[in-house]
Ligand binder design. Structure first.
Ligand SMILES: [Zn+2]
Length: 320
């Protein structure tokens, strides 16, 4: 975040509280106009940068609107963005928010949960997210974001846990729309959900798919993740809404960056691990030319490669 945009943020925030919560949609100075991708499905596209860019609005949230209620998929990376998301949904529908599926419990997808407290919506996520929430990482990340995303993440920001963990999958009808939510297990995170709006042929993939920026690999399970992408490539979805970047109509195309990147990092680091080449040396010797121009390369690539290097070392130790 630049100093100027931070200042603008503080100004808007003080204006907001000065106005006694009168104008909720002024809270974050970003455009959050919903994009309609089918009869019932919408998303709000975040920017392409890293976590602290664009007031934290760097991931997508999506929602399904039916006559009987709204289903939300992810709540964005700050409580203020959650407030803005709720206001954006209300520009499309006044129907009750029935349920919120969190694709995975990473900070950029769920710090907006607390803005939905008054809606009575049930929050559901993957069973694997328990590991994240029960571990130390969730708290460490919150402390880090209170500094890096101040004032948007502050001492009042908390990690709102789900009301329920999903195992395997569930399918239901709401207002005549068929929805299927699948726990795809540990791929990008400890536990990832994807949602199909079956009536419309729309897939909300969460961070299984990144468009327009270098994926964040964190503690991902890259082998499982790649397998899943191969399956999704065969998907007959008419539209896919990724966790980051623009929605697209061609599954192969939208998957290609994430798939090519994961394959390439794994392949480069696998060779290094097999030949006992130290990470620094292997990293410097790798040609990153195909990816260097993408947003978030400078911030994410080395860390991603190192994570993969370590996980491949583990894989090779286990197989010996
Ligand atoms: Zn994300």
């Amino acid at each position: 975040m630049t100093d100027l945009s931070r200042l603008a943020g503080i100004f808007v925030l003080s204006f907001y509280f000065g106005a006694a919560l009168a104008t909720e949609d002024l809270l974050v100075p970003v455009d959050m106009t919903p994009v309609r991708v089918s009869q019932h499905a919408y998303y709000v596209p975040g920017g392409t940068g890293v976590a602290t860019d664009n007031f934290g609005f760097i991931s997508n949230a999506a929602f399904v609107v039916t006559a009987d209620g709204v289903i939300v998929f992810d709540t964005l990376g700050t409580p203020a963005l959650g407030v803005k998301l709720l206001a954006a949904i209300r520009t499309v529908s006044d129907a009750p928010i029935k349920r919120i599926y969190i694709s995975h419990y990473h900070a950029d997808h769920m710090y907006g949960n607390q803005a939905f407290a008054g809606t009575g919506a049930e929050i559901v996520t993957s069973d694997g997210a328990k590991r994240y929430l029960e571990g130390e990482v969730a708290q460490q990340r919150l402390s880090e974001r209170r500094l890096s995303l101040s004032p948007w993440v502050d001492e009042n920001t908390r990690v709102v846990p789900p009301d329920r963990y999903l195992q395997a999958e569930e399918r239901f009808m709401l207002g005549g729309v068929s929805i299927r939510v699948v726990d795809v297990g540990s791929a990008h995170s400890e536990g990832d959900l994807v949602l199909f709006v079956e009536s419309d042929g729309v897939l909300f993939s969460g961070d299984i798919i990144f468009q327009d920026r270098i994926p964040f690999l964190g503690t991902s399970n890259s082998a499982e993740w790649l397998g899943l992408l191969n399956e999704m490539e065969q998907s007959d979805a008419a539209v896919i809404v990724p966790g980051h970047g623009k929605a697209a109509e061609n599954p192969r195309k939208i998957i290609s960056l994430t798939k090519n990147y994961l394959s390439y990092v794994r392949q480069s680091m696998r060779q290094a691990v097999a030949e006992w080449i130290p990470f620094d040396e292997a990293y410097e010797a790798t040609d990153w030319g195909d990816f260097i121009e993408y947003p978030a390369f400078a911030e994410a690539n080395r860390r991603n490669a190192y994570g993969i290097y370590l996980s491949l070392e583990q894989e090779s130790l286990r197989s010996q």
